[in-house]
Write a protein that binds this ligand. Structure first.
Ligand SMILES: C[S@@+](CC[C@H](N)C(=O)[O-])C[C@H]1O[C@@H](n2cnc3c(N)ncnc32)[C@H](O)[C@@H]1O
Length: 355
């Protein structure tokens, strides 16, 4: 985790814990479960499920690969257990060998692969790779617990989801995070030359890739509603791309192989697989001079982000105040140090108990 994320998770886990205790003291209402909508890799939920908090977490996340990754991290953190896989070693090695290209096998592997696999009818070996075994979560008295729900929320109105959660025997829920996307919100003094350059370069590559997708008929429109065209790259985990060529090749590879993009896979294969290095280079030289325009727009967005962020927070707080029939109390406060994490405001709404 980057220092910013460590700061956020540490402070927010503490904050949520204290908030739950304050609500219990003030409203005499125990919060039994904590729901994170858009839990990502579930760093926050994992911290809250661990000592000293030991909370019951429901993590709702739209992307399957995030849940798979989160479960692996849960095992590493000791919140879940690794499944024990019973394997016949000989058969397993033969299976692995048969999946390795012949030229890459060592001598012993070649011998093993040459032997036919004999399987008795009553002994079926589990040949799934390790990452396909689900982590094991065991509820224990006084310990935290995590439940994952894979699903994409289609609107900001979470009433239906909360009703469903309540029907699965969760008595009360707290909503610790929201899903707002605001890439531009950065504290200006954090903008180092290297960071800005990496950011602008990535967004320049992304914009040119969108143009290539448009020209080749992968997409027919670019929506200017803040929803970026998926390029399969993830700025938080990928090393910086040093040329448009590596970016485009990386994006095509990811979009045509990852299970997350199975809907787009065929059209991308069909329309993009014959793109040549010369074509990519032509796009780079044609659009390269316009990178400065993109940098200027992103800088203006970053400056206005603080104002926009404040407007959004005020709007949400007013929305809660206007619904006093179901909202018992609401307020806004800071949870992070602005220099470390500038999106540092939290909007709290305490739901009225059902009559
Ligand atoms: C900024 S990350 C959240 C990080 C996380 N709360 C943590 O503590 O590490 C936002 C997450 O919300 C998910 N997401 C965004 N929109 C969603 C939706 N409509 N339904 C479900 N998940 C969504 C994204 O896949 C992403 O993983």
């Amino acid at each position: 985790m980057k220092p910013k994320k460590i700061h956020e998770v540490r402070n927010f886990a503490n904050y949520v814990d204290q908030l739950a205790r304050d609500i219990k003291a003030e409203f005499n209402s125990d919060i039994t479960h904590f729901v994170d909508f858009g839990s990502g890799q579930n760093y926050l939920g994992r911290a809250l499920a661990s000592a000293p908090y030991n909370k019951q977490i429901v993590a709702v996340e739209g992307r399957e690969h995030n849940i798979v990754g989160a479960k692996e991290l849960d095992v590493m953190a000791g919140v879940a257990e690794k499944p024990k896989i019973m394997r016949n070693k000989k058969l397993w090695m033969q299976q692995l060998d048969s999946m390795t290209p012949e030229g890459q096998r060592d001598e012993r592997a070649v011998k093993r692969a040459a032997k036919a696999i004999k399987m008795s009818d009553d002994y079926v070996v589990d040949l799934r790779p390790r990452n396909e075994f689900d982590a094991i979560y065991t509820p224990k008295e006084g310990k935290g617990f995590i439940r994952y729900i894979e699903g994409r929320l289609e609107s900001g109105d979470l009433k239906d989801v909360i009703d469903q959660l309540e029907h699965t025997k969760l008595e009360k829920t707290a909503l610790p995070t929201d899903l707002t996307r605001m890439m531009a919100c950065q504290a200006p003094h954090n903008w180092t030359e290297a960071e800005s350059d990496g950011f602008f370069t990535r967004h320049f590559f992304r914009a040119v890739l969108q143009k290539i997708f448009l020209d080749r008929g992968v997409i027919s429109k670019i929506y200017h509603d803040g929803t970026p065209v998926e390029d399969g790259t993830d700025s938080s985990t990928q090393s910086p791309f040093n040329s448009l060529h590596t970016y485009v090749r990386g994006a095509i590879a990811k979009l045509t192989t990852s299970s997350d993009y199975h809907e787009q896979r065929d059209i991308i294969k069909e329309r993009m697989s014959d793109i040549t290095d010369e074509e990519i280079a032509k796009y780079e030289s044609q659009y390269g001079p316009r990178k400065r325009e993109l940098s200027a727009i992103w800088t203006l967005m970053a400056f206005s982000a603080v104002v926009v962020e404040s407007l959004i927070v005020t709007d949400r707080w007013l929305f809660l105040r206007q619904h006093s029939d179901s909202v018992q109390d609401c307020w806004v406060e800071t949870v992070f140090d602005y220099r470390q994490s500038p999106r540092n405001l939290v909007v709290v709404g305490v739901k009225k108990p059902k009559p």
